[in-house]
Write a protein that binds this ligand. Sequence first.
Ligand code: FMN
Length: 319
Amino acid sequence: MDNVIVDSLLDAAIKAPSGHNVQPWLFSELPGDGILVEPDVSRRLPVLDPQDRELYISVGCAVENMCVAATRFGLSAEVRVRGDGSGVEVFFKCDGNVVPSLLVQAIERRHTNRNKYDGTEIPRSVIDLLSVCGADIYMRGSMQFEVVKNGIIEADKVIYGNSRSKDELLECIRYNRRESDNFMDGLGNDVLGIPDMPAWVSRIATSLALRASIQSRGDIRKLMSSPAVAAFYAPDDIAGRIQCGRNLQRFLLTATMHDVACAFIGQPCEVESVATGLASHLDLPCRLQVLLRIGHSAPPLAYSRRRPLAEFKKFKSVT
Ligand SMILES: Cc1cc2nc3c(=O)[nH]c(=O)nc-3n(C[C@H](O)[C@H](O)[C@H](O)COP(=O)(O)O)c2cc1C
């Protein structure tokens, strides 16, 4: 495949969301116009994501961005998930029937929006479009929305009551502009609304704020500002997580196209017992993988950074 096309596909891939912005993907070439997307296990979060669930979902998001971007070049994509978790093979083929997807325009614009939302409803026609992306959508005021709310409170107690989870979370934060610009990954201070000050000062302040009562209050305030939540579920194996990531990415791009903001509600999915309880109360056929709150809002405070493409490319023939 032409180098320009390859770079364009990879550039789209790395714009995908990833748990704690770890950007856990590596790309190499496969014979026959293919790209192998490998999980970068050096980027694992052993406490917050011990089964690499979020890691593989993130890889699925990157794969879907690549497939969507390929339509710009009249290419169709065939995706083969390696069941042993060693990667996802994506093969591209010129296909006269492929028309550029409208979602291409949303790849650059999509970002997690952690603002409080303005509470306004999402039009039914947009909810219908989002519903076909593989998520159950629960409207504020419904019994299911209340179940999610209780799950957040329960999970916050577990996560913020555990010093190991808190420490790992603190490691993912970049505490001032200099750190954010140096690392180009993790949760940047500007993305989280942390003012630019000496890193040690903001580390202490952030650490003090990571208490269940404080976090839950903020999480619930933001939840209640959102007219709906979306729940993604999938079998809890490699193929299930990759497919979940692909569905999630289509959902996020579709939402972006319709100016619907999305933010992740990670904690209930990260605590196994809470995820199991929620799946049962919400009557889901398999594991709850991702929860999003959705609504309308001003743009995010800042956009998350990405490491340079060269750091992800293991291509021999393409430099
Ligand atoms: C599987 C998964 C889980 C995530 N969980 C959370 C979360 O719990 N809280 C949060 O604020 N963002 C969460 N995110 C969003 C990431 O932090 C975000 O994608 C990353 O920082 C990159 O920013 P961007 O989405 O704006 O490009 C999650 C993303 C993925 C893919």
